[in-house]
Design a protein around this ligand. Structure first.
Ligand SMILES: C[S@@+](CC[C@H](N)C(=O)[O-])C[C@H]1O[C@@H](n2cnc3c(N)ncnc32)[C@H](O)[C@@H]1O
Length: 164
């Protein structure tokens, strides 16, 4: 089931759309978060989506917006994807990738690569259905804030992780 509008609102709350110029979305699925990001983004902001399932990547590629680029790739390839597009670092990474059901090594690699792609002061925003990643994220980021929304099925936890 796609994320509810309440979860999407909560997830995107930390984003300063007036100043953001480069946003990444990991695990775009059928594009419910993607479309809201595009609605809120300024004309000079670019959105890079990375989705591992071919069918979902194709569906998102059909969204007609010049500010959007969709890549059929694993989140672990984010560095390569950005380098290929000439993007050195990004302001925000919004992730729906289900870290807790992935192999630990893969999930750790995703956390590593996302952190390395953020600019100083950039924010990694991730949702989960439990706070099980709080320890891991606290160990990596300067500032981690935890939010919740009950108005999603199931209720979700949102992490906002700001780099030093
Ligand atoms: C829970 S769905 C979220 C879909 C949508 N963003 C939403 O919030 O409704 C998780 C998405 O992450 C994608 N995904 C899972 N593992 C991934 C990975 N390693 N790299 C990129 N995307 C991944 C899945 O294919 C799926 O589309």
């Amino acid at each position: 089931m796609p994320s509810s509008r309440f979860l999407i609102d909560r997830l995107l709350r930390p984003i300063d759309f007036a100043t953001a110029t480069s946003i990444v979305e990991l695990g775009a699925g059928t594009g419910c978060i993607t479309k809201t990001l595009l609605k809120r983004m300024s004309p000079r902001c670019h959105l890079t989506c990375v989705e591992v399932e071919e069918e979902f990547a194709r569906a998102c590629s059909e969204i007609d917006d010049a500010r959007l680029t969709v890549h059929h790739a694993c989140a672990t390839d984010l560095r390569k994807v950005l380098e290929g597009a000439g993007i050195a670092e990004v302001d925000y990474i919004v992730s729906s990738v289900p870290l807790s059901i992935l192999d630990d090594e893969l999930a750790d690699e995703i956390l590593e690569v996302t952190q390395s792609c953020l600019r100083s002061g950039g924010t990694f925003i991730q949702y989960q259905y439990s706070p099980s990643y709080l320890g891991k994220l606290n160990a990596r980021y300067e500032d981690v804030r935890l939010g919740f929304t009950l108005r999603n099925i199931p209720p979700a936890v949102v992490y906002e992780c700001v780099t030093a």
